[in-house]
Design a protein. Structure first.
Length: 291
C-alpha cells in the first residue's frame, strides 16, 4: 500500500468497547479526523476533556505502536476518494442492482480487511504454520465453511490439516495433539464459546493458537497467541453483511495460504502440480467410465 489506512475503522469498531476516557478520545477523532492528525497527545487529551495518558492508552487498546501510527492511518483514510458503506438488498430488487451492491460490498470488505491485518501478527502466523506438524481448523456455522476451505488449501501443499465444525470432534483432536501442532479458531463475532473453549484446551496442551475474528477484543481473540482480524462489517437488515464477513474470512485464509506457499515456493509448486495432475486423472477416468 502507498500509505497506511484503517485508523477510522479501528476507532469506530472499538468505540463501544473502550473505557470512558478512551471512548471520548475515539469519538473526538472520528468526528474531527482532519484536526486530530495535526495535534499532539496533550492537545488531543485537552480537546476531548481527557488526558495525554488516556490517548496513549487508546493506542495500546487498538494494538498500535503509538499516536504517530494512529495519526498516519487516519491521514491515509482521509486520502481515500470513496467511502460507500455497505448497501442492503431491497424487496423485489432487480438483479442488476443486486450485482452492483454485492460487488461493492465485497470490494469494500476486502479493502477494510487488508487495512486491519497486522503485518507482524501475520508473519507470526505464517512462521507457526510453516513449522506446524498438524493444523487444526475449527469454526461453527458459516465459520465452519472457512475451516473447510483452510483444510482444502493447506492439504494441497502437503500440510497435514484438519477441519472441524463439531466442538466434540475438535476438542478430542486437540486433546491428543502435541506442541508441534497449531489450532486455528474461526469466529466472526469472536464470541463463539465453543471456539474459545477449543483454543483454551489447545493452549493448555501447549499448541500454538491463532484466532480469526472481526476486529477488536473478544472472547476468542483474547485467548489466542496470534490474533488475525477481518473487517467488522456492519450487518444490514437483510444480512448481506454475513456474505461480506465470509468473504473477508476467506481472504485471510487465502493470504495465509499464499504466504506459506511462497515461503516454500519450489516445494509448494511441486505439490500443487501433483494434486492438480491427480484431480485431472480422476476426471479423465470418470469420462472413460461414462463412455
Amino acid at each position: 500500500m502507498a500509505y497506511l489506512t484503517g485508523g477510522l475503522i479501528m476507532l469506530t469498531e472499538m468505540l463501544s468497547k473502550l473505557p470512558p476516557s478512551e471512548r471520548k478520545i475515539a469519538a473526538y477523532m472520528i468526528e474531527h479526523p482532519q484536526e486530530a492528525i495535526s495535534l499532539t497527545a496533550h492537545e488531543i487529551g485537552k480537546k476531548s476533556a481527557t488526558s495525554s495518558a488516556a490517548v496513549i492508552r487508546l493506542c495500546k487498546s487498538l494494538n498500535l505502536k503509538g499516536l504517530p501510527d494512529l495519526k498516519l492511518r487516519i491521514a491515509g483514510d482521509l486520502q481515500k476518494t470513496t467511502q460507500l458503506g455497505l448497501r442492503d438488498i431491497e424487496p423485489n430488487e432487480h438483479p442488476e442492482t443486486i450485482i452492483d451492491k454485492m460487488t461493492s460490498n465485497s470490494v469494500q470488505t476486502i479493502r477494510e480487511t487488508a487495512e486491519l491485518l497486522n503485518l507482524q501478527e501475520l508473519e507470526k502466523a505464517v512462521d507457526i504454520l510453516n513449522q506446524a506438524r498438524r493444523i487444526h481448523f475449527f469454526g461453527i456455522g458459516a465459520s465452519g465453511i472457512i475451516a473447510l476451505d483452510g483444510q482444502q488449501k493447506f492439504v494441497r501443499i502437503d500440510k497435514t490439516a484438519y477441519a472441524f465444525t463439531d466442538v466434540h470432534m475438535a476438542t478430542t483432536m486437540v486433546a491428543t495433539a502435541t506442541e508441534e501442532d497449531v489450532a486455528i479458531g474461526i469466529s466472526f463475532s469472536g464470541e463463539t464459546r465453543e471456539v474459545a473453549k477449543f483454543l483454551e484446551i489447545a493452549k493448555k496442551k501447549g499448541l500454538k493458537t491463532i484466532s480469526l475474528t472481526k476486529y477488536g477484543q473478544s472472547l476468542v481473540s483474547d485467548i489466542a497467541e496470534v490474533q488475525l482480524y477481518t473487517s467488522a462489517t456492519r450487518e444490514p437488515t437483510f444480512r448481506s453483511g454475513a456474505t461480506s464477513s465470509r468473504i473477508a474470512q476467506l481472504q485471510v485464509i487465502d493470504i495465509l495460504f499464499m504466504c506459506v506457499a511462497s515461503s516454500q515456493y519450489d516445494k509448494s509448486v511441486k505439490h500443487l502440480n501433483e494434486t492438480r495432475d491427480a484431480v485431472d486423472s480422476l476426471r479423465q477416468s470418470r469420462g472413460r467410465i461414462k463412455k
